[in-house]
Design a protein around this ligand. Structure first.
Ligand code: GAR
Length: 211
């Protein structure tokens, strides 16, 4: 059975685009992106969904008093569409426990650093790269992990390192990490999940060979 994938976004959606492109090239094996859910009206990611002929909806963060109320509305939307895998692709709000309870080991997030560095509450978008440069690291990168109740704390699926270069600004580093790491490992991780090749064993995710 093809897995039904929902991609949650908040902004530009370049990671969503990487997933849509991978799908168009037959690189998402065993799954299909059937929904793009945005936390903001007017997010460019919604245009990307439309251009690819993928259904979309908006659950606007600003319509709710709390992350919990927003999360409950999102879970309802996903369950109503029989979603099997939830992908957070530049989704910039912290989802509460209702989400993890509804989708245990079935939510993937891409984070623009090598977890456990530069992650957790307050580390999102450009801020991650500002903090990495302020610390003076010579290597950063991206991580795809399963989502648990601890922000950025779930089992790691894939990571890819990217060199920091002399003269990098947060914007330049962000772009390099997206191109060299995020857009590569996110589609790979989604395909591995949909092929049933990820086995979670405590904090460790084993990647199984093709059966
Ligand atoms: C990406 O760099 C993603 O890793 C990051 O936000 C950016 C969204 O870009 N996510 C986080 O910081 C999550 N903590 P996009 O909308 O173009 O994919």
């Amino acid at each position: 059975m093809m897995k039904r994938i929902a991609v949650l976004v908040s902004g530009g959606g370049t990671n969503l685009q990487a997933l849509l492109d991978a799908q168009a090239h037959g690189e998402i094996k065993g799954g299909e992106i059937v929904l793009v859910l945005s936390s903001a009206e007017g997010a460019y990611a919604l245009e990307r969904a439309k251009n690819a002929g993928v259904d979309s909806c908006v659950v606007a963060r600003k319509s709710f008093d709390s992350n919990r109320a927003m999360t409950q509305a999102i879970v309802k939307e996903l369950q109503g569409r029989n979603i099997d895998l939830v992908v957070l692709a530049g989704f910039l709000h912290i989802l509460t426990e209702e989400m993890v309870t509804a989708y245990p080991n079935a939510i993937l997030n891409v984070h623009p650093a090598l977890i456990p560095s530069f992650c957790g509450a307050g580390y999102y978008g450009l801020k991650v790269h500002e903090k990495a440069l302020a610390y003076g690291v010579k290597v950063s990168g991206a991580t795809v992990h399963f989502v648990t109740e601890e922000p950025d704390g779930g089992p790691i699926v894939l990571q890819k390192a990217v060199a920091v270069q002399e003269g990098d600004t947060p914007e330049i580093l962000q772009k390099r990490i997206m191109q060299e790491a995020e857009w590569v490992i996110l589609p790979q991780a989604v395909s591995l999940f949909c092929e049933d090749r990820l086995k979670v064993d405590g904090r460790t995710v084993h990647i199984l060979e093709h059966s």
